[in-house]
Design a protein around this ligand. Structure first.
Ligand code: PHE
Length: 411
């Protein structure tokens, strides 16, 4: 299945059969936009991290946040953006069509939010967060899914921004000539600059991690490798009896900054996977649940604030069935009381088979002086698949009880 072209985020890409490896199913995933769905835990986590970064990182004077948040980048990027600009070696496995989704030889679905570093820096952004869905060809299991979500952070500094306002007698510089590349620093960076950068990077991320996992979170730094940062690290946090990898980060390769027109600055970057974090923070056992449209899942997050602590309670594996009931309240019957009475009545008769009740419509007709309510009742059993017939019986009983107890007029 190779369509002639792919249209995504307002742009059309002509496909090339030799490269195209995107399945129809994957295209459906691109349409979901989970990060913009307020009932999705990924959206809550995104806002929690953004709020924290805005609060803790401000311009001098403390009024304004420094990080720009970019959520609207096109998800198809060039091979240059996804790989070359980030100094990925030509023979790196991630470039293969077995690892990355290609439209043609030039364009692919972004495999990480780092794909936007070069262009955003080139546009003049010094401090930014990029949030988005990223795509990798991978197995499907509890922890892997071909689409997942990342947050990228980049912070660039001039000498003054890194070391503070210059003081007489103290001359800190960012760069040195004829320097050496060591395990600790790049050849272009002055030793002090590299060390202060590393310190600020680690401070920022430990602080973020404490915000997410609590003041007492146990953390450790592990050396890592990324082609576009040096030195590179991973931050791990001790959670649920084991060390969990939270993010990758490092001091941005000066070559990247130079090619993006920011060669006079130095900087760091980090990238974190939102699913992995959300799974441990909210107790979500399977990565596929983020894609669930089941209200039994989404309702547990809907209306919650980013700062709320939420623990997911597993939902039944059996399917839901829903039915609506609409009626006119008797004249002058109090609408608020009717709602609480309705929830009790439905619970009393439906028992364990009722998973949720929602009021989906409510209006007042001034001509008749009557109020109408419509309730959606979602039925589901923990033990078995419910048949339409047995749900009909329960629903019928509920309807009768509404009439008997409250004298409502079914619509
Ligand atoms: N883009 C890297 C990944 O997806 C993570 C990363 C981002 C590492 C920024 C360093 C700096 O694995």
């Amino acid at each position: 299945w190779v369509p002639e072209k792919l249209e995504l985020d307002g742009k059309t890409y002509i496909s090339e059969e030799k490269y195209w490896n995107i399945s129809p199913n994957l295209i459906k995933l691109t349409e979901r936009r989970l990060l913009f769905d307020e009932a999705n835990p990924l959206n809550l986590l995104k806002r929690r991290i953004v709020n924290h970064m805005h609060k803790k990182h401000r311009k001098p004077g403390n009024r304004s946040p420094i990080f720009a948040v970019c959520e609207d980048q096109r998800r198809i990027v060039s091979v240059f953006e996804n790989f070359d600009s980030l100094l990925t070696p030509l023979d790196h496995v991630s470039r293969r069509t077995s690892d990355t989704y290609y439209v043609n030889r030039e364009y692919c679905l972004r495999a990480h939010t780092s794909a936007h570093q070069h262009s955003l820096i080139k546009q003049g952004f010094d401090n930014f967060l990029v949030v988005g869905d990223v795509y990798r060809r991978d197995e499907i299991d509890r922890n892997h899914f071909p689409c997942f979500h990342q947050m990228e952070g980049v912070r660039l500094y001039s000498a003054d921004e890194l070391f503070g306002t210059p003081q007489p007698g103290k001359d800190f510089k960012l760069f040195e000539t004829n320097g050496e590349r060591t395990k600790e620093k790049q050849e272009f960076h002055a030793f002090d600059a590299a060390k202060v950068l590393e310190l600020k990077l680690k401070e920022t991320l430990e602080d973020l991690c404490r915000e997410l996992f609590g003041e007492k979170a146990q953390m450790r730094w592990v050396d890592a490798y990324f082609p576009f940062t040096h030195p590179s690290f991973e931050l791990e946090v001790f959670f649920g009896e084991k060390w969990l990898e939270v993010l990758g980060c490092g001091v941005i390769e000066q070559k990247l900054l130079e090619s993006a027109g920011a060669g006079s600055k130095v900087g760091w970057a980090f990238g974190l996977g939102l699913e992995r974090l959300a799974m441990v923070l909210y107790g979500i056992p399977d990565i596929r649940l983020f894609w669930s449209t089941d209200t039994g899942f989404l309702h547990q997050f809907q209306g919650k604030q980013p700062g709320d602590s939420i623990q997911y309670v597993p939902i039944s594996v059996h399917p839901q069935l829903y039915m609506d009931i609409s009626f006119w309240l008797p004249e002058n019957h109090d609408s608020t009381h009717m709602k609480s009475d309705a929830y009790d009545l439905i619970r009393n008769i439906g028992g364990d088979l009722v998973e949720q009740v929602e009021i989906i419509d409510e209006f007042y007709n001034p001509k008749t002086n009557l109020t109408s309510h419509c309730y959606r009742i979602i039925y589901r059993s923990n033990e078995r698949v419910l048949t339409k017939e047995e749900v009909n019986v329960v629903h019928g009983k509920i309807t009768e009880e509404f009439i008997r107890l409250y004298n409502v007029k079914i619509r």
